[in-house]
Design a protein around this ligand. Structure first.
Ligand code: FES
Ligand code: FES
Length: 152
């Protein structure tokens, strides 16, 4: 039998039906149509699927969709405010801190969480804060610089 779930996604109430074993990632990208959250590994290793659950960063691939009941989910689609990109998004664009872009939504979610906790991080703190987000393309330097520039 399917499970009925009521949750909040990016501030909007949503309801969906899911299998007991469905991941939050599958439901976001499938029934909810929010494909900004990416699947890299599907096993908690790459960070491409980073979302927030009641404000805390989590891997959507490791979270059961049924666990969203009554909770507040945040995804990359909620990061820009209308036409206004988040300062991190703007800086990543300006500094070309992405290539294929698969890691980018997760990196941005993690970077925002980092800056909320530590608005003036050192380079080491940025690298540590983003250690759970793998990027196969950029070599990380542009990503780290863009986060530091946003904080500056
Ligand atoms: Fe979730 Fe890689 S897809 S951590
Ligand atoms: Fe391609 Fe990071 S830009 S994985």
């Amino acid at each position: 039998a399917k499970i009925h779930v009521s949750a909040t996604v990016n501030g909007e109430p949503v309801e969906f039906l899911c299998d007991a074993s469905a991941s939050m990632l599958d439901v976001l990208r499938g029934p909810l149509g929010l494909t900004g959250t990416k699947e890299g590994c599907g096993s908690g290793d790459c960070g491409a699927c980073s979302i927030t659950l009641d404000g805390r960063l989590v891997c959507a691939c490791l979270m059961l969709a049924a666990e969203a009941e009554g909770r507040e989910i945040g995804t990359i689609e909620g990061m820009a405010q209308g036409d206004h990109l988040h300062p991190l998004q703007q800086k990543f664009l300006e500094m070309a801190a992405l290539q294929c872009g698969i890691c980018t939504p997760g990196v941005l979610m993690a970077a925002r969480a980092l800056l909320e906790k530590n608005p003036d991080p050192t380079e080491e703190e940025v690298r540590f804060g983003l250690a759970g987000n793998l990027c196969r393309c950029t070599g990380y330097d542009k990503i780290v610089r863009a986060v530091l520039e946003t904080a500056a």
